[in-house]
Design a protein around this ligand. Sequence first.
Ligand code: 0GY
Length: 304
Amino acid sequence: MSVDAEGRIRSWTLEPSPARYKPPAGAVDAHCHVFGPQALHPFSSRAKYLPQDAGPDLLFALRDRYGFARNVIVQASCHGTDNGAVLDAIARSNGTARGVAVVDPAIDDIALAALHDGGIRGVRFNFLKRLVDDSPKDKFLDVAARLPLGWHVVVYFEAAILPELRPFLEALPVPVVIDHMGRPDVSQGASGADMRGFRTLLDSRPDIYFKATCPDRLDLCGPPWDDFAHAVAPLVADYPDRALWGTDWPHPTMEAAIPDDGALVDMIPRIAPTLELQHKILIDNPMALYWADERSQPSCLPAI
Ligand code: 0GY
């Protein structure tokens, strides 16, 4: 584990290996974060971890190294509800990044519109007690009803609380993206209790998407994360229009088991073995959620 003089932790490797897998042109890394830089964007006083700087330059270098075209940058809990670091990264991305914010549920409509102008297309509701102090469902429902047109919510929870969260998830008035499939125990396999429970959630409404992400967090056997591949590939095959993929760089809180980004990229063809599936999870699905405005532009204007 690398800790600097101020006690800030590094959770990403400085020497990721090359990947064998090359994504298709236009591929989106739909789950990643930025940390700071702290001098410009200090961490929240309520942050549960203090990372070293992992700003947009490093993120975009990783994107280019593995042949991705775009990023969806998700506000990390260490920045609380100040989305400045994500907005700055989007502003510096030349249109290749969009974001998911974390907001105070009392946020007003003008501030939401400003986030939209800054490239935000969703808000994240985090239910992990080790990351956030509170997760007020009633206030989350209230703000979800006031989101700008075309936004969705991203929800992060652990499999054990899915039953208690079901009424909340079913009441959300906009599309829902579930981080890391709600953290199933992948050692149970594709038809274990956690995956079965998650499938019933997906079957409850057609606009729930999921991120087929984080073998490093979910597969306790470690690389090459075979349990993850076996449990997740059938889910992607059965719900091809609902799956997204992302690196999760810079892997918040993973300092004790830092994943190799090249190995993470090489998981893509194991969970999405055909070119068609890869195109869906890396391009079609994230583009529909995050760049719907670009895709709906007419290719030529009608003559007046
Ligand atoms: C992730 C997972 C984690 C952390 C955060 O916002 C965050 O701090 O999301 C985690 O520790 O499981 O998706 O990055």
